[in-house]
Ligand binder design. Structure first.
Ligand code: FAD
Length: 404
């Protein structure tokens, strides 16, 4: 019997296993993961791993020896197929079963797939796993025509690597602007200018209609009839949380596996964390599902505390980053519902910040190549600091004074 059975050995699952040990947990921990690797960092997949700057080994969060040293039993390359809550057992892919005391679902998500005919041709790629990138890298060569479907972070990061590596890059975004779900029109416009100026053919407000080609996708046809010849297609059109085993076990699903402030489902012995979890957040007073490394790390910490009987509520302010070309974007908070956006610095330069205000309070910020300002912005958002818009926009005004 596993005292704690962790399903999914990604950022959240791996962190939980080591976090429990760090906090002195002595029970039997079993970490089961579908992928044949120790838990690894996904952010470099669309950045330095795709570009070839980062090695495979550098992705691993901790080497296997650390899991061994901490007596964390790892089962990689297999997974949990189903859960029986009555007998408190999990059935693995090979048909064997394992009893659990506490079960933690850290199953992440999978890329939303294109449903067009031709979408399963071998030059159509997704960007989620090491395996995806190893396959993509075989074709990712200078001169190739790369068509990226989706102008979100993953699509734009892949575009930036494509340009760096000398590919001919087109990005197609169905919405009127890139990064539409996560940022203000001003910031989208900034990124659109950046990508176009580096040579990306960026098409917004137009969807993909069809693929042409028998064995490979030779061309992508857009809804307006435009035909773009392609050697490689990447789809970055969102994530579907892996909730099926939770759902089959009768747990509540609503955009993700529903959990409370302590990452616990309605079954007190089952938790869900990371990209797969729709979680209560005390800071916002509502539930949400986030897809970010800081969220996975924080939820692993909250779950470890709950399992150790020292519960702390989940109340983190979300933050995220994205690297494109030589631009480091860092974002904090949720900008939905903002009333005013204040730009600090010159939005036509490549270092500025955008602050989102509601009732005069900073609810979110995006910093481009301004890491120090980002650190301050994080505190402003966490402390719900009320600011004077004119002061905020004035670069002569020392931002730090707002924290006193
Ligand atoms: P995952 O890391 O997806 O891990 C879940 C694991 O569970 C997977 O290995 C999966 O195979 C396994 N699994 C699923 N079902 C089962 C099962 N039934 N049995 C066993 N195992 C199972 N976040 C940032 O903050 N900043 C970034 O810059 C950033 N860039 C990113 C770039 C890319 C290309 C991608 C894909 C993600 C990026 N993210 C970024 C998001 C971040 O990587 C995720 O939010 C994070 O990995 C979530 O961790 P997780 O443990 O919840 O899920």
């Amino acid at each position: 019997k596993a005292d704690v059975l962790i399903v999914g050995a990604g950022q959240a699952g791996g962190d939980l296993a080591s976090g429990l040990r760090q906090q002195g947990y002595t029970g039997r921990i079993v970490l089961v993961g579908e992928e044949p690797y120790v838990p690894y960092r996904r952010p470099p997949l669309s950045k330095t791993f795709l570009s070839g700057e980062a090695t495979l080994e550098s992705l691993f969060i901790k080497p296997q020896s650390v899991f061994d040293k901490h007596n964390i039993e790892c089962m990689f390359g297999t997974g949990v197929e189903s859960i029986d809550r009555e007998t408190r057992t999990a059935r693995l892919y090979d048909g064997t079963t394992m009893e659990y005391g506490k079960l933690v679902l850290a199953t992440g998500g999978r890329p939303r797939r294109l449903s067009l005919p031709g979408a399963d041709h071998p030059n159509v790629h997704y960007v989620r796993t090491i395996a995806d990138i190893l396959k993509l890298k075989e074709q990712f060569e200078a001169g190739k025509r790369l068509v990226i479907i989706g102008g979100g972070y993953i699509g734009l990061e892949a575009a930036s690597v494509g340009i760096k590596k000398g590919l001919k890059v087109t990005v197609v975004e169905a919405l009127p602007r890139v990064l539409a779900r996560v940022t203000a029109p001003e910031i989208s416009a900034f990124y659109e200018r950046v990508h176009r100026s580096r040579g990306v053919d960026l098409k917004t407000g137009v969807g993909v209609h069809a693929f042409e080609g028998d064995a490979l996708v030779d061309a992508v046809v857009l809804a307006d009839g435009t035909r773009i010849e392609s050697d490689i297609v990447i789809a970055g059109i969102g994530l579907i949380p892996n909730t099926e085993i939770a759902e089959a076990a009768g747990l509540t699903i609503s955009n993700g596996i529903v959990v409370n402030l302590h990452t616990q489902t309605a079954d007190p012995d089952i938790y869900a964390i990371g990209d797969c979890a729709q979680s209560e957040n005390a800071f916002f007073g509502r539930s949400m599902r986030l897809e970010s490394v800081p969220n996975a790390i924080e939820q692993a910490r909250v779950t470890a505390a709950a399992i150790l009987g020292k519960p702390v509520p989940y109340s983190a302010v979300p933050w995220f980053w994205s690297d494109q070309y030589d631009l480091k974007l860092q974002m904090v908070g949720l900008s939905q519902g903002y009333e005013q956006i204040i730009i600090r610095g010159d939005i036509n330069s490549e270092a500025f910040s955008a602050f989102y205000l509601k009732d005069g309070v900073v609810i979110s910020a995006d910093a481009v190549n301004r890491p120090q300002e980002f650190m301050i912005a994080k505190k402003l958002v966490a402390d719900r600091v009320k600011v004077d818009a004119a002061q905020l926009a004035d670069e002569g005004f020392v931002l730090k004074t707002l924290l006193q």
